[in-house]
Ligand binder design. Structure first.
Ligand code: PMP
Length: 386
């Protein structure tokens, strides 16, 4: 198979007729195609039609701090958090963003002091989401700058700490790490949904980010939301988005409202096996994948996985084990560069070095298609028997 560098990015659909061993499996990105099967079954329940005359204005509700926020979307955000029990929405301003990525930048802008002589330091405990350092520094802002691992951060003065829980890449539940009071915290809860981790209590922080990308799997819709306690911070985040993209696609917000509503409906109307809720479906898929993966890795001397403690999940009403969206795999023995090792077996992963830790680790997406996941497991088991 001949592939250009761009097509190799999304090569999972590219079939190799010369034998499956040569097919490259790209599990570098967390592209959530695993959920497509659920959404295909929902038909009209998750479909919207937008007539040509609709959504023409820039504005949604000029009386709202976030003047481009569609009321229907805001309503479904509040409803879904109530149904799932993963976030307090009372006393919060909702700011919508083009993915939580835009909201991350809006949060850095909003939390940076106005007239500081130095950029404020931005930290996160390693292993941290590999995009944080690059997103923070790529425009060489005078307002904020990446300052690395929160575990070893000891400088005086204000700082911004990113808390990702459960964490990307390793799936662990986290709390803030810097042991000081001057921190401005951004909680990135992209994975705080029942299919990935037990919902122990509603999150209740100053500034929390969520996204449809990992919750429902609609990464291509580019919709995220922030729950913000402080009015001035919500205003500044809104200003950032105004300066950046003059609002957020109304079409996407309306579609997101429909998708979130279909998820809440599926939870509230669940009464039989045929009528499975979105989270029951996605939890089952993830449980199945983790079970198969653990079996393969268990028989291996080359690889190891982290262990997770079970906890009570208020959503499913029972004790459950975490089942993260990514595998954080460690190469044991004398393999120092796990990414290159797996690349030689035509599996593309992301090295631990992008997450601020050793290249003995790699991050592997568990959200890809059934076909790619099965191929990946097959290949992993053959690597060990070689
Ligand atoms: N935060 C974390 C921890 C993520 O893993 C991702 C997606 N990889 C994002 C934010 C960005 O999500 P979005 O698609 O909403 O921009």
């Amino acid at each position: 198979v001949v592939m250009s560098s761009t097509s190799s990015l999304k090569n999972s659909t590219c079939k190799d007729l010369t034998g499956s061993k040569n097919r490259i499996i790209n599990l570098d990105h967390g592209d959530p195609t695993v959920y497509e099967r659920f959404w295909r079954q929902t038909g009209d329940k998750s479909t919207i039609i937008i007539p040509g005359w609709q959504s023409m204005s820039y504005f949604s509700d000029v009386s709202n701090i976030c003047w481009f926020l569609e009321a229907e979307f805001a309503k479904e955000v509040v409803r879904l958090h109530r149904v799932v029990g993963n976030a307090v929405t009372e006393g919060r301003h909702i700011v919508v963003g083009t993915g939580s990525s835009q909201l991350f930048l809006a949060a850095l802008y909003a939390l940076s002091p106005n007239h500081a002589s130095q950029p404020i330091n931005v930290v996160c405990a390693s292993p941290y989401y590999s995009s944080y350092p690059s997103m923070t520094d790529y425009l060489k802002s005078g307002l904020y700058k990446w300052a690395g691992d929160a575990d070893s951060y000891e400088k005086d003065g204000p700082y911004i700490e990113l808390v990702t829980s459960p964490n990307n890449p390793d799936g662990h539940v986290r709390k803030s790490k810097v042991n000081r009071s001057q921190g401005l915290l951004v909680h990135d809860l992209a994975y705080y949904w029942p299919q990935y981790t037990p919902i122990s209590s509603p999150s209740d922080h100053d500034l929390t980010l969520f996204t449809v990308s990992k919750s429902t799997g609609h990464a291509g819709m580019r919709i995220g939301w922030a729950l913000v306690k402080d009015k001035e911070v919500a205003k500044k985040m809104t200003k950032f988005i105004e300066l950046n993209t003059i609002g957020v696609s109304k079409d996407s917000q309306l579609r997101a409202a429909k998708i979130l509503s279909a998820v809440s409906d599926s939870c509230e109307q669940e009464n039989s096996k045929e009528n499975e809720s979105f989270f029951k479906f996605s939890h089952k898929v993830m449980a199945n994948r983790w079970k198969q993966l653990r079996e393969v890795v268990h028989h291996s001397e080359l690889f190891s996985l982290s262990q997770f403690s079970p906890a009570f999940c208020n959503f499913f009403n029972r004790v459950l084990e975490p089942q993260p969206a990514f595998v954080w795999l460690k190469c044991e023995g004398n393999v120092e560069d796990c990414e290159s090792f797996l690349r030689a077996h035509n599996i593309i992963t992301r090295s631990g070095k992008h997450f601020g830790v050793s290249p003995k680790y790699v991050r592997i997406s568990l959200l890809d298609t059934d076909e790619n996941f099965t191929q990946f497991l097959d290949r992993l088991s053959t690597i060990q028997s070689l």
